[in-house]
Design a protein around this ligand. Structure first.
Ligand code: SF4
Length: 494
């Protein structure tokens, strides 16, 4: 099984580059579970540039089942202790387990205090994966092996946030669970004897699996080792779906389908919607340049709709880490990350198309360089998503209000005319000739899902969980709403 893990993780590398790892299950070994994990990319962790070393990793980790993980940090440091899966050995095989976690627990401080103060647990790492380990361990307490569906049902009683979990125990039982709001994607499929689950369909598709099914929010997929049966079970009710709209805009692989909607098609429609409201008249002196790579379909569709050319005026150096993900000296990374082509932009009115504008560091630098290095006559900026006015508490690394660009200009209840007005100020601050965002009401139609099935908290300030709502209200000095995302529905219909 372990030879299949690193190719699948490579397909998901865009979801995190700080660490990678796997746990394998081998029923014939004294160590039923064995974990290999380190900081770094999948290529580094699995020694993929050195054939003999890569084969040694596989040889030392035989098994008939495996879970794998790539790490994207919203908390914790860049050390091997934070790489996943987290394994918790135990002398009883059904209490010995390993898990990988995708998401973020918004009520981490309360969960931590409950574990330390009331249950006497000692926290070593201070990250939410450790919380999950302790909660699962607690749910496995007692002398009788519980039903795993009950273990995961118990988790939902206290967790607030996004939590997709893959779990493998020393009996070989496997679970992949999706939280009740379905913030992050999760899907499964089979081909012959192979059964596989992944965050995104691209990983399954590249295994040759054609029939790919989304795990519903509040569902878990369980494989029983003894019977080899696959069970799709509901471990909690899903009151409503709140898929993170940023998955389609920026985060997911362009070739994935998430919850029945193609990421590529969604990005194309984002570009079409942007073009629909364009007020600058365009001609032969205009060129659209997408800030690569995720914005490429948005830029192509925008250009196609405006009947101008979309060209590669900014080339990305693929061997520098993603600035949005990596942290640390972001400005220096931005400079190293892109090369500009004056032959494309010289004396042109350049329309830079970005998928999102979160902190502005990258964009401000590129606008400046488009003028100076690219020799553009004008630089206009078009953003394929609405202004990010609020932090994310559900697993995308923009967790404080201060680090965001738009809240310096816009509050939660802004109107279209407020936005038009502040866009002029924002453009000036960025050094652009004009700036325009995608309106909030175009998000759902672009993605192809109903507004009310999406989380848009970071662009509306309306959070779909009570903790998110409370933290944001505290930061803004206002009363929290119900934390069910309803304020969002009011926002898009006003
Ligand atoms: S707050 Fe924004 S980034 Fe976070 S889950 Fe919701 S839509 Fe996604």
């Amino acid at each position: 099984m372990s030879p299949l893990v690193s190719p699948a993780l490579l397909d998901l590398q865009h979801r995190g580059q700080l660490g990678a790892g796997m746990t394998v299950f081998d029923p014939s070994a004294p160590h039923r579970l064995r974990t290999h994990k380190e900081t770094g990319s999948v290529r580094e962790v699995f020694r993929l540039t050195h054939q003999a070393k890569a084969q040694a990793v596989v040889r030392e980790h035989p098994g008939i089942a495996a879970i794998g993980h790539v790490r994207y940090a919203t908390s914790g440091r860049d050390q091997v202790e934070y790489a996943q899966p987290f394994e918790r050995p135990h002398s009883r095989t059904w209490k010995w387990f390993s898990l990988g976690f995708n998401g973020n627990l918004a009520n981490y401080p309360e969960l931590r205090d409950h574990l330390t103060d009331e249950r006497g647990y000692h926290m070593v790492h201070g990250v939410d994966t450790e919380i999950l380990i302790h909660h699962v361990a607690y749910a496995l307490r007692g002398e009788e092996k519980p039903q795993l569906v009950d273990v995961f049902a118990e988790l939902t009683e206290t967790l607030d946030g996004a939590y997709n979990i893959v779990f493998l125990n020393g009996d070989g039982d496997f679970v992949a669970a999706r939280d009740p709001l379905g913030f992050r994607p999760l899907c499964y499929g089979r081909k012959g004897d192979l059964f596989a689950v992944a965050s995104e369909s691209v990983a399954l598709h590249n295994m040759g699996i054609d029939d790919i099914v989304d795990v519903e929010p509040g569902q878990m997929v369980r494989v029983d080792y003894e019977t080899r049966e696959i069970h799709v079970e509901r471990f909690t009710e899903a009151r409503s779906h709140r898929h993170c709209f940023f998955e389609w805009v920026y985060f997911a692989h362009v070739s994935s389908d998430l919850d029945g909607s193609s990421v590529y098609d969604a990005r194309w429609r984002l570009g079409e919607h942007l073009a629909r409201d364009e007020h600058v008249s365009m001609g032969d002196d205009c060129v659209v340049v997408a800030v690569p790579d995720t914005a490429k379909p948005i830029g192509d569709a925008f250009a196609y709709s405006m009947n101008v050319r979309s060209l590669e005026g900014i080339v990305r150096n693929r061997y520098v880490g993603r600035t949005f993900i990596e942290g640390n000296d972001r400005a220096e990374k931005v400079r190293r990350k892109y090369t500009l082509l004056p032959s494309v932009m010289r004396d042109k009115r350049v329309f830079l198309v970005e998928d999102s504008l979160v902190r502005s560091t990258t964009l401000r630098d590129l606008i400046h360089r488009t003028r100076v290095e690219g020799k553009a006559s004008e630089v206009h900026v078009r953003i394929g998503s609405p202004p990010v006015i609020a932090p994310c508490f559900y697993g995308i690394d923009m967790s404080t209000l201060n680090e965001l660009f738009a809240p310096h200009y816009l509050g939660m209840d802004y109107t279209r005319s407020d936005l038009d007005r502040v866009c002029r100020e924002m453009a000036e601050r960025l050094g652009a000739d004009s700036l325009r965002y995608l309106p909030v009401e175009d998000v759902g139609p672009s993605i192809g899902l109903p507004h009310e099935s999406l989380c848009t908290a970071c662009v509306t300030g309306s959070y779909p969980t009570p903790t998110g709502s409370r933290i944001y209200a505290d930061e803004m000095g206002r009363e929290p709403d119900r934390g069910d995302g309803r304020a969002f529905e009011r926002t898009v219909s006003k």
